[in-house]
Design a protein around this ligand. Structure first.
Ligand SMILES: Cc1cc2nc3c(=O)[nH]c(=O)nc-3n(C[C@H](O)[C@H](O)[C@H](O)COP(=O)(O)OP(=O)(O)OC[C@H]3O[C@@H](n4cnc5c(N)ncnc54)[C@H](O)[C@@H]3O)c2cc1C
Length: 372
């Protein structure tokens, strides 16, 4: 049984389906009716595509041996491997928790009332109209807490916002400020950080780090920064607080807020229970490519276990991320996070060819996850 049909849950499901075909008896549970890539939120928000075009309905999954159940997961018993949902009770031989990170805009004072967030589907999609009607002014893109998904996304948002203002002739009456909790945009890749900082400087985007925005004062239109500073804004685009879903916390699976796993095998402390992706504290950033990489290893280990064999497959912390530079140019950042070593990475691009690669990256996942 796989809980959560996001990047990790879908990759794991498709790997096991490819391995076992109709011999598999896999139940995949998610409250949503379809999958949306994280990067599609930016595409919708900046008016590049419509919301309908980026939703991949789970009803379209065609894999013998896989059953999708749309339901809210309300309780997990990791000892009995029993799961309660709004669609009934389920028991499993092997349980995989891939529930991602929940987002809490309400946890930042003033964010809901006086600002916007672009990380939830609802928040990003609602911004499409807000941005289309924006008449220019001081734009602040900021992170409100750590950890947060897809560390490059705020930098991408600042650049795409700058594109939007330029395309609409609003740069003369506008400014863009990016406030991040790190000293540079992407610490594991100095090359990517340097390229981003150079692009920010070229465009006049102000980069403020390491700082978090702890709240908004809507009356005075200022963002309240951790160091006591204030940043005036007309349009605030925030990254909300992330937490593990409460159902995982209540199940006793979390340690210090996230599910503790063996970082090499993705096993939890409970026999037959694995966890992958953003819901874990595996040591990689919270991003789809890492959830996917973890799912590959968990799938290999589960397949071996189901066959009564053992597997030496170990997670290597490696991921290839795409980074939007605006004006249809995308870079590719190659990063590796391994326990006991400083993270390291390199970058190629940005270029229009890599923008096409990114489209292919998404299309190949849709084929693999939804096709037979
Ligand atoms: C703006 C933005 C841009 C991004 N860009 C990129 C990018 O370019 N590349 C990249 O790799 N990553 C990107 N990401 C990050 C990426 O979207 C996530 O890290 C990734 O989806 C995590 O995968 P996951 O499987 O761990 O969790 P998720 O994909 O979040 O899946 C978790 C699933 O669990 C379900 N769920 C949770 N709780 C329950 C419950 N109680 N009952 C039932 N279902 C439940 C949810 O509905 C969800 O479908 C971006 C994120 C954002 C916000």
């Amino acid at each position: 049984m796989v809980l959560g049909a996001g990047f990790g849950g879908l990759e794991l499901t498709s790997r096991l389906a490819a391995e076992f075909g109709s011999d598999l008896e896999l139940t995949l549970i998610d409250r949503a009716d379809g999958f949306i890539f994280g990067f599609s939120k930016l595409d919708v928000m900046f008016g590049r595509v419509t919301a309908d075009a980026v939703t991949h309905a789970y009803a379209q999954i065609v894999k013998p041996g896989v059953r999708f159940v749309q339901a809210d997961i309300t309780a997990i018993d990791p000892v009995a491997r029993h799961v309660s949902t709004t669609a009934g009770e389920f028991d499993a031989d092997i349980l995989v928790v891939a529930l991602g990170a929940d987002l809490h805009p309400e946890a930042t004072p003033g964010l809901v009332e006086a600002g916007h967030e672009f990380y939830t589907v609802a928040g990003a999609f609602a911004l499409r109209e807000v941005l289309a009607n924006f008449a220019g002014g001081r734009v602040v893109v900021a992170v409100t807490a750590t950890p947060f998904k897809c560390p490059p996304a705020p930098s991408e948002t600042a650049l795409l916002m700058h594109d939007l203002l330029a395309d609409r002739g609003l740069l003369d009456v506008s400014s863009v400020t990016l406030c991040m909790p790190m000293p540079v945009p992407i610490p594991p890749s100095p090359q990517a950080s340097e390229a981003l900082l150079a692009e920010f400087a070229r465009r006049g985007i102000e980069f403020l780090g390491p700082r978090l925005v702890r709240g908004l004062d809507g009356d005075r239109k200022v963002a309240l920064v951790t160091d006591g500073d204030e940043i005036p804004y007309d349009l605030f685009l925030g990254v909300p607080v992330h937490r593990a879903p409460q159902v995982a916390v209540d199940a006793g699976l979390t340690v210090d807020g996230w599910i503790a796993v063996n970082p090499l095998t993705l096993e939890t402390q409970f026999d037959g229970v694995y966890a992958v992706g953003d819901v874990t504290s595996v040591g990689t950033p919270k991003a789809g490519v890492f959830s996917e990489g973890q799912a590959v290893i968990a799938a290999r280990r589960i397949a071996a276990r189901l066959r009564g064999e053992s597997s030496a497959a170990e997670y290597d912390g490696h991921g290839l991320c795409y980074l939007e530079f605006g004006h249809n140019a995308v870079a590719q950042v190659d990063v590796t996070f391994r326990a006991g070593q400083a993270p390291f990475g390199s970058m190629i691009g940005p270029s229009p060819e890599l923008a096409a690669d990114k489209v292919e990256f998404g299309a190949s996942r849709v084929d693999r996850w939804f096709g037979s």
